[in-house]
Write a protein that binds this ligand. Sequence first.
Ligand code: CP
Length: 332
Amino acid sequence: MQHFLSTADWSQDQLDGLLKLASDLKQDPIQDRLRGKSIALLFLNPSMRTRTSFDLGMQQLGGIAIVLQPGKDAWGVEFDAGTVMEGDAEEHIAEVAGVLSRYCDLIGLRAFPLFRDWSIDREDRVIRALAKHASVPVINMETIVHPCQELALMMTLKERFGEVKNRKFVLTWTWHPRPLNTAVANSALLIATKFGMDVTLLCPEEAYRLDSQFETAATQFAGQSGGAFNVTHDIEEAYSGADMVYAKSWGALPFYGRPEEEWALRRNYRHFMVDEEKMAMTNNGRFSHCLPLRRNVKATDAVMDADYCVALDEAENRLHVQKAVMLNLLGM
Ligand code: CP
């Protein structure tokens, strides 16, 4: 049984198959192929796009989605093994996964890291515990990676560029007043290098480098795909000649769990916000962001409203790629 936990576990051919199916579904969205099937969607964190697109996508294929928010409208869940459950959680993931596997054909989970200890969060234990105990396929709806967002990004890139190999893809850190999850940034590196793009990670200083497991994977994937991966702190060098600028803000991992200390660094980098002046340095480049996005904080109004901004295309493509993932995992 295959899960969809990280694209790192899937070959480029498999991912291409998902993207081809997603394109077909975009042309012919209402089908009956999942009639009688169901997915449980567990959200430990807020969502607008992910919740809407999974729920609607399942309905468009004839199936049913059940949304649960453990700790709010469902019992709180303990994910660690061997714990004496004297805290707030009323049940263990072993039973939650077992019961939902009896009811449903798929389980999706959103579980952001806890922002206390990166050495623990980097192991992605919560979704791995769910996958261990479930007897149906599990879909990652964002943990320390966001593979559905990755697929939507790659679908959008292929729609705009056709062949993406050796196109210059810039993943830029951008300003935000507080440290955010690295998931989308990690995922952008994985997918762009896997598809042979020439990837530049632009971040303000070494403290904002991404976890070594993702930078190492990016180097390995670039080597296998004929792409490239490099890191710079120089804005002009990064933007010059870029075909695609992908923005995300994230927290500095050496200061993980200590946002007050990180602020001493962060406050110096408001100028990383994406604006027209920077986009003018690109090769008629496109811009995107996973959303949600604070306007005039992460990117200016002018950038968000420009023809080259494809963020809404990427958000729409979430719907199509997730339907493809559900069909694939169920062998339909
Ligand atoms: N991009 C994304 O996952 O959006 P939501 O957090 O609204 O689901």
